[in-house]
Design a binder for this molecule. Structure first.
Ligand code: F6P
Length: 421
């Protein structure tokens, strides 16, 4: 590498996204990049020329180790949809003006489906205009819904946290015998894909029965059937634990969370804010059965729990960051690094690059045959798939009893990129 690299983070954060950032930084330096810039708040910030020199923030090996263990996007993230080139060329002109000014050879974007849309559009624009910057996507999302990759960094750590928390919730819910029983509804992220929700089945083992019911967003939710199932379970036991995806929908297409609230926030990619599914269902069962109910939204905790991160996940996140830089250095553009699983046991996985046009804006869902006939539990295939991804631990660096993180860039505290330069 002879010139500079710029890296950005985009979309929902994870516990492993900064490990990819560390991998990009290390590999770019090792391959001879003069400077490695980090865009603040992704391309949205770049449009206002908001970036930092990563060397000012990663000053030692200890900083790099802390970065790998720091959750959330160190550089700040965005949900920003680039217009189509014919809609607004000025946005592209501005981005390429900044890239020229910084003498950027490789542009690495760490993100999910929507972020790969950015890589696709920028690499297309570069080819059409004869610009020689290389654009490579680095996969990241707790949702695990990116096409053409076996799994996405961030998923393993979130799955490990979800399986662990579910096991602890089940323990807690069984120790008090309420008169009419207790129904606990646990709501899990993942929008349209049930990979995260299915991970609750990891709570099942020799010392735990696991959750009673699991509802994935891929399968239409039937409120009457749900009621029948809970009623039957309440006759048999003190406590019923149900896992639901935030994105479960009725046959009509209406989100269950919309039955209980009027939130109509929609982001730049047209995604509705999903929240309140567990609250709606917990109120519903309390009303129907006069039982005690509890709604638990794992919410931000499931994607920021770096104290419970999976070692496999953190290592792979680092690896894909390095692979993205290598791909750009070898002349690739318009590609995304993918993880290619060779075997489950022993777990073996490698990286390669694939055309981002076949990945952007697509969604990989849980196969129907990885969910049981009734649509209320995942199968053993699902468990065999997820288990290798949650293996091993990454010890936090503890200071005064609390995990230490790499201090966030001072510049992040000001969110002024809305006013473009
Ligand atoms: O895309 C990742 C994700 O964590 C989804 O699972 C979730 O629906 C969404 O982000 C939440 O986004 P936000 O934090 O912007 O509300």
């Amino acid at each position: 590498m002879r010139r500079n690299v710029i890296v950005g983070q985009s979309g929902g954060p994870t516990a492993a996204i900064n490990s990819s950032l560390a991998g990009v930084y290390r590999t770019a330096i090792d391959r001879g990049a003069k400077k490695v810039y980090g865009m603040l708040y992704g391309v949205e910030g770049l449009l206002s020329e908001r970036y930092i020199d990563l060397a000012d923030h990663i000053k030692s090996e200890l900083d790099a180790e802390l970065l790998k263990r720091t959750p959330a996007a160190f550089l700040g993230s965005c949900r920003f949809k680039l217009p189509e080139i014919f809609e607004d060329k000025s946005v592209y002109e501005k981005i390429f003006e900044v890239l020229d000014k910084l003498d950027i050879e490789a542009f690495i974007y760490i993100g999910g489906n929507d972020s790969m849309d950015t890589i696709k559009k920028l690499s297309d624009y570069a080819i059409v205009t004869g610009h020689n910057t290389k654009f490579i996507g680095c996969p990241k999302t707790i949702d695990n819904d990116l096409a053409l990759t076996d799994h996405t960094p961030g998923y393993g750590s979130a799955a490990k946290y979800i399986g662990t928390s579910m096991k602890e919730i089940i323990r807690d819910s069984f120790c008090l015998a309420y008169d009419n029983g207790l129904v606990t509804i646990v709501e899990i992220m993942g929008r349209n894909a049930g990979w995260l929700t299915g991970a609750v089945a990891l709570a099942k083992g020799e010392d735990s029965d696991g959750p009673d019911l699991i509802y994935l967003p891929e399968i239409p939710f039937d409120l009457d059937k749900f009621k029948e199932k809970v009623e039957k379970l309440l006759k048999e036991r003190n406590s019923v634990v149900v896992a639901v995806s935030e994105g479960i929908k009725l046959k009509s297409g209406e989100y269950v969370c919309e039955l209980g609230n009027n939130i109509d926030f929609v982001d730049a990619f047209g995604h509705k804010q999903l929240s309140g599914t567990a609250t709606f269902l917990a109120n519903f069962v309390a009303g129907e059965f006069g039982c005690k109910s509890r709604a638990i939204e794992l919410s931000t905790l499931q994607r920021s729990a770096s104290h419970a991160a999976s070692r496999v996940d953190i290592l792979e996140a680092y690896q894909v960051g390095g692979a993205a830089v290598k791909a750009a250095d070898e002349g690739d553009t318009g590609k995304m690094v993918v993880l290619n699983r060779l075997s489950d046991d022993p777990y073996q996985c490698g990286t390669e690059v694939k055309d981002v046009h076949k990945i952007a804006n697509d969604e990989k869902l849980v196969p129907r045959n990885w969910v049981d006939q009734e649509g209320t539990y995942v199968t053993n295939e699902f468990i065999s798939y997820v288990k290798p991804l949650i293996q091993g631990d990454v010890s936090p660096i503890m200071v005064d009893g609390i995990p230490r993180h790499l201090y966030q860039p001072e510049e992040l505290k000001c969110r002024n990129h809305k006013k473009r330069k």
